[in-house]
Write a protein that binds this ligand. Structure first.
Ligand code: MGD
Ligand code: MGD
Ligand code: SF4
Ligand code: MO
Length: 872
């Protein structure tokens, strides 16, 4: 062990829970990771993604130098070129001919600089962010209701509530530490109730007393029914409603709803209404099942309406709660990183606000109107209105709706700059100039989590190659465009101090976001900065908002919005399935980081389609076979996963696979760019599609210690211990399997080949120095091999084993991985449960350790327990 390298307190770079992480540099140049017991968000807990951070810090795949048209370049050359092309384009076509597309994963300091450069100096509001795909409807809903983008509550409300409603949120997988906090609170106070509203039966339903599998898109109907019932039962808070406008109109609109549209039984709806209305301390948590909709803002307001009418907001254990997805979605909103915001929650269209920010920045010009929102921005790229585009910290070729169209638009743009930490992504591939950014462990700054808590992210490792911090790259370009004095910071601390000072100006104009206590922060104080809740100013420090009924509209009142629910785009005879999309437990978005970790890749290793057994039967789909999903926008091929977790007609597919990991699994090629008219957020969860079996001539499974470069209709690659695996399927047999395998693995050697002509199976193994280097298994049916076993054979010395493709008697097949921390598979858990007649998750933990570290797999273990049948 390295002697006494100090532990550094930092923050997890994944979800919006914003867990504190203890990172200790180790002798091998990496980090040992633990939860920070002192951080208020997680109190020492981490989920599996956070725990595996140490496995994702590899140099492999990193972008090490700037590149111009693919060739390595020097920083000066690259920065000069970016500045010149942006300046020339602006000079010739005006400021609105350029755009930045940035990310809720940037640090506040990076984001601040990007926003200042575009809005204050270039003089356009064409800066938008992947938060448009994520939080825009919540922002719009908050601003309509409260007059500001304010999250009223705190995480501790989740523990203090008597009822938690989770709608459009798979908290168990997407905000695991908050889920665990709720699960622990419920265990301590079993009278606490949890309702999950989701068309799908997710892992989150594990703690639900009631699961409402409503019809997709019908949330506003349900919450309107709730508002109407609140009014009918006189459950409004007579004092609080004095602080509201629009109550009558909202109730009037709500009373029109027909609850049949939810597809729920009258009994279930009544239970929900009784519970909600009868429980004072209620928190309604919502996320992408609400936001990502063609009427997401209305859905948000339908929820806010109920909390406003009952005055259940801003007090202990109650309130609406938009849980943010990305680590700094909130910080991005605070700096004004969306095209329709200014800075510090000020309004771009308000001349007083605009002038105040312009004075503060000493900016030459400011846009008077909002810029282009993400979908419109890429349309403008497509039709040539935007001629220079800078994409930072996001992968739109994968994550934007109509992704193929977005890819074409970027490919045809005159000048595209991409800043990323990784060399090869679907988006970096299209860059004219590629700029290497430092990653999580290498950068200093701040992030804001879902409860408005600002935490330091601290540098824990030296930067890789020539990578530079995003704020510095932006400031260097700004300087080259002629604004060096206004972009002259030398540290993130100085940027934070400026941001905090500007927030004081905003606070004087009535903004909720005011952290002016930190305006003059020194480098030392910034180094020591403890996690704190905003606001932090002479006016207000931390705490909840709105309990006293004062809001940020000019008259100080909140607005209830009359909501007329809208159904999603109808399905048609040809495209009769509604495709739901979302996340899996162990991967993050486009997997550029989590995809490196074998541990995180074992839970779900390929893109899949969850489909109801009756639909599968109708369509002739078989479990573990492949399905082709298509509509006029594009087509995907996905592995079939037959399950009644989804309802008939409502298949689900994950968003994570890319051209790098499974080119036929990119799901956003199918999602139409239909957006919410208020927020501009795309409806990412309701594409209409046709589904048919994809029947390849052959199925394959490959493992290799080096690379695998498949060429066939379907493939999905994943990291395994000591190398890679790939699932394959092809429409036609190649002429020679040996040549195919050589190309696949980039090996010239003679493989050991075993054929079973009767079954049509072929197995080829490349052995070198007595060790297994690579193997390919081909069959006419989906290859029925033990992946968990084969995945451990690379480098092993017994090739017969490799060709057998199943565990020897001394090595039981673990099956799909459930507990990623202790490597425990589904088969072992099942057999241990039945042999020992285990009945609780804790008993499984005692027997196998599964579920005892990060706890992310506890809902799945519970489901296995529920499915276990103990004989007498
Ligand atoms: N493991 C993991 N965690 C993550 C991320 C990740 O990539 N991986 N990403 C982070 C980010 S950026 C975000 S934004 C969050 C997202 O967190 P979530 O919003 O919780 O995640 P999703 O899986 O996108 O969608 C949530 C649920 O919405 C449901 N849904 C679909 N349509 C409807 C509907 O009409 N009504 C209702 N009520 N529900 C519906 C889906 O079935 C799904 O279960 O997760 C964050 N955390
Ligand atoms: N159908 C469908 N589509 C969706 C969604 C859905 O639920 N359904 N969800 C949407 C949502 S909520 C979101 S948030 C988006 C997410 O989609 P994206 O933002 O496109 O996904 P990421 O993989 O997080 O992209 C981050 C990129 O930044 C790079 N990176 C990481 N750290 C840094 C850094 O410090 N600096 C720089 N410069 N680069 C860095 C990573 O390597 C990666 O390439 O997807 C959206 N798309
Ligand atoms: S819940 Fe997991 S992914 Fe989210 S911040 Fe905490 S450790 Fe990171
Ligand atoms: Mo997100």
């Amino acid at each position: 062990m390295h002697p006494a390298l100090p532990t550094i307190r930092t923050t997890c770079p994944y979800c919006g829970v914003g867990c504190g992480v203890l990172a200790t540099p180790n002798a091998s140049g990496g980090l040992n990771i633990a939860g920070d017991p002192q951080h208020p968000a997680n109190l020492g807990r981490l989920c599996v993604k956070g725990s595996a951070l140490g496995e994702t810090l590899d140099r492999r795949g990193r972008l090490l130098t700037p590149r111009i048209h693919g060739r390595p370049a020097r920083w000066n050359e690259a920065l000069d070129l970016v500045a010149k092309r942006f300046s020339d384009t602006i000079a010739e076509h005006g400021p609105d001919s350029v755009a930045f597309y940035v990310s809720g994963q940037l640090l506040t300091e990076d984001y601040y600089v990007a926003n200042k450069l575009m809005k204050g100096f270039i003089g356009s509001a064409n800066i938008d962010t992947n938060s448009r795909l994520c939080m825009a409807s919540s922002v719009a809903g908050h601003r309509r209701a409260f007059g500001s983008d304010t999250v009223p509550g705190l995480y501790e409300d989740l523990e203090q509530a008597d009822l938690i409603v989770l709608t459009g949120s798979n908290l168990a997988w997407c905000h695991p530490v908050l889920y665990q906090r709720i699960a622990a609170a419920k265990e301590a106070r079993p009278e606490m109730r949890v309702v999950v509203i989701d068309p799908r039966r997710t892992a989150t339903c594990d703690i639900a007393d009631l699961h409402l599998a409503l019809a997709p898109g019908s949330d506003a109907v349900l919450f309107n029914a709730l508002l109407a019932e609140i009014a009918a039962r006189n459950a409004v808070d007579e004092n609080f409603i004095l602080n509201l406008n629009g109550l009558e109109e909202a109730v009037q609109a709500a009373s029109q709803v027909q609850t049949a549209a939810t597809g729920l039984s009258g009994d279930d709806i009544r239970r929900f209404l009784d519970l909600w209305i009868g429980t004072e301390r209620v928190v309604t948590v919502y996320s992408q099942g609400i936001n990502q909709s063609e009427s997401g803002s209305d859905k948000v307001n339908a929820i806010l309406n109920c909390h406003l009418a009952t005055g259940r907001i801003g007090r202990a254990g109650m309130g609406p709660f938009s849980v943010t997805g990305q680590p700094n979605a909130m910080g991005g909103r605070e700096v004004g990183g969306l095209a329709n915001m200014l800075a510090c929650h000020l309004d771009i269209e308000n001349p007083v606000h605009r002038n105040a920010v312009q004075d503060f920045w000493q900016a030459p010009k400011m846009p008077e109107k909002p810029g282009l929102k993400a979908v419109d921005m890429f349309r403008a790229v497509e039709d040539g209105r935007i001629k220079a585009l800078w994409i930072i910290c996001t992968n739109p070729v994968v994550s934007m709706p109509e992704a193929d169209r977005v890819a074409r638009a970027i490919a045809n743009c005159d000048f595209v700059v991409v800043s990323d930490m990784m060399a090869q992504t679907d988006t970096t591939r299209l860059a004219h100039v590629l700029l290497p950014a430092t990653g999580w462990a290498e950068k200093d700054g701040t992030v804001t989590n879902s409860e408005r808590r600002i935490s330091r992210q601290r540098r824990t490792l030296p930067s890789v190659g020539q990578a530079r911090d995003d704020w510095r790259i932006l400031a260097d370009v700004a300087a080259r465009m002629g604004w060096s004095e206004r972009f002259a910071w030398t540290t993130p601390a100085e940027i934070f101090a400026e941001h905090a000072a500007l927030s004081g100006v905003a606070g004087n104009l009535g903004s909720d976001f005011d952290i002016s206590d930190h305006a003059g922060i020194t480098a030392e104080a910034y180094d020591r900065l403890e996690p704190f809740l905003w606001p932090q100013s002479a006016r207000k420090r931390g705490g909840r908002f709105f309990a006293e009924g004062r809001f940020h509209h000019p008259d100080g009142k909140a607005r209830m919005i009359a909501v007329t629910p809208r159904a999603p785009q109808p399905t048609s005879a040809e495209h009769s399935y509604r495709l739901n999309t979302g996340r899996v437990r162990d991967h993050w978005h486009t997997m550029t980081r989590t995809g490196i970790s074998p541990r995180l890749s074992r839970h779900l290793a390929e893109p899949f389609l969850e489909i109801h057994p009756r639909d599968a039967e109708t369509l002739g789909l078989t479990a573990a076979g492949l399905a082709r999903v298509s509509n006029p926008h594009g087509a995907s091929i996905l592995r079939v996963l037959v399950t009644d977790r989804v309802a008939m007609g409502q298949p689900f597919a994950p968003i994570h696979w890319t051209g790098e990991t499974a080119p036929s699994g990119r799901i956003d090629v199918l999602v139409p760019a239909v957006t919410d008219p208020v927020s501009g957020q795309p409806a990412s969860k309701s594409a209409t599609v046709a589904i048919a079996p994809f029947r390849p001539a052959w199925y394959g499974y490959a493992i290799s210690a080096k690379g695998i470069s498949p060429s066939c209709e379907y493939w999905a690659r994943a990291a395994i211990q000591g190398g890679w695996q790939a699932e394959l399927a092809g429409a036609e047999d190649p002429e020679c399997w040996m040549n195919y395998a050589r190309l696949l693995f980039g090996l010239d050697d003679e493989p050991l080949t075993v054929r079973d002509r009767a079954k049509g199976q072929i197995r080829l193994a490349f052995i070198s120095g007595g060790r297994l280097q690579a193997a390919l298994f081909i069959a006419r049916e989906p290859v029925g091999l033990s992946r968990s076993h084969l995945g451990t054979l690379l480098g092993e010395t017994n090739p017969t084993d490799a060709l057998a493709g199943r565990p020897g008697s001394d090595r039981p097949d673990q099956g799909a991985l459930v507990c990623a921390c202790f490597n425990v598979g589904v088969n072992l858990i099942r057999s241990t449960i039945s042999e020992n007649r285990l009945t609780t998750v804790d008993e499984v933990g005692t027997a196998l350790r599964a579920g005892t570290n990060c706890g992310s797999c506890r809902p799945e273990i519970k489901a296995l327990l529920a499915g276990a049948i103990h004989g007498n």
